[in-house]
Design a protein around this ligand. Structure first.
Ligand SMILES: [Zn+2]
Length: 162
């Protein structure tokens, strides 16, 4: 049975059936991964407190009809807001390690400007895609930059301000 071990950031946790959870991680070694936690929603589950979004953990997974969480140990709690965790999760591709972004987050020097640059979208070189004005925000769905007034028409939870 294949086993995976990595430091990881808990990005999101969703209910999956009655007792199971599906947890989305940004792992240091393997990039973004989703895995199942059996019975994680039981209050008695020993893993539940370690799998809160925003936690930096040591994670052990096995491959068994998809990825399953075997063990999780909280090391610390990061200062990213739920919205920032959501946007990071949306930006990262599945199973692609991103050491630069990992370092920014765990070192506490998290800036969207740097994150977007690492992913190949440099705000300094960008213009608003509607009016060619100064790029002040990045829309994660269209992956386009917008100026202040054009970005005000976009759904707020999908916009990164740079
Ligand atoms: Zn504009």
């Amino acid at each position: 049975m294949q086993e995976y071990f990595s430091d990881a950031i808990v990005l999101d946790r969703l209910a999956n059936g009655d007792l199971d959870s599906r947890v989305v991680f940004f792992t240091k070694k393997f990039g973004k991964l989703a895995a199942k936690a059996k019975s994680a929603r039981k209050i008695t589950s020993k893993l539940s407190a370690h799998l809160e979004p925003g936690n930096l953990i040591q994670l052990r997974l096995i491959e068994k009809n998809g990825l399953q969480i075997v063990d999780a140990l909280k090391m610390s709690r990061l200062t990213l807001s739920p919205q920032e965790l959501y946007l990071v999760s949306e930006l990262l591709a599945e199973a692609e390690p991103e050491f630069g972004i990992w370092e920014l987050i765990v070192s506490g020097k998290f800036f969207w400007l740097e994150v977007l640059k690492i992913l190949g979208w440099d705000p300094m070189l960008a213009r608003c895609s509607d009016c060619s004005g100064k790029a002040l925000s990045f829309h994660i769905t269209s992956q386009e930059f917008y100026c202040g007034s054009c970005s005000s028409k976009l759904p707020k939870n999908k916009v990164i301000y740079v």
